[in-house]
Design a protein around this ligand. Sequence first.
Ligand SMILES: [Zn+2]
Length: 241
Amino acid sequence: MKIKNYYSPNADRKKRSINSIKIIIIHYTGMQSERESIIRLCSPKTKVSSHFLINQNGKVYRFVQDNQIAWHAGKSCWGKYKNLNKNSIGIELVNKGHQFGYTNFKKNQLLSLIKICKILVKKYKIKKRNIIGHSDIAPLRKIDPGEKFPWKQLSKKNIGIWHSSKSSLLRKFRRIKISSKEDKIKFVKNLKKIGYCFPINNKSFFVKIVKAFQRHYRKEVINGFLDKECLIIAENLSKKL
Ligand SMILES: [Zn+2]
């Protein structure tokens, strides 16, 4: 596939072993324009970068080589991995984001994303459960790529995981309160199995993790409230792992 190579200084100088590449993290740029985003990801002042950026027409840019650590994840955690820059490839999708006018991701943009992911999965044997969003690994700080990102559609291409519960059935359990503490414990256990990290027992933290989960797997209502539909989805997902 055609890739336009740019250079970003925002990466570790030291090369990494390609065996350390385990995760793909999807972002949106969250800026007014594509041009502005590219400048930001390549300017030495910003200290942020990504391996790839895909614009809305599907054009792909590379800023950092795979064997270098790009600075895109920040403080983050997924399963046994912490501070994920060292273990991941970061892909930015051009989108104004929640702050400047969040739009649907474009068809050609997604087609290019699928192509890149397939190449990376094959090259580095990345598990589909480890293709995730920035909000999944940093739920306290981040909401990208957001609820418009089509995880369900991509899971059909083996990118990311999705549940197999019928949506017509699930719908009945939306906003239905869970009845017991055991259910909540089960939910947390399932989320941990999926990869979400719960470092401290703090109520606002829990709400944000539920929101991150909803943004990814139950985008119709993102309220941080653990309902029965979320419970069933998490249970179903964890059974696939
Ligand atoms: Zn991000």
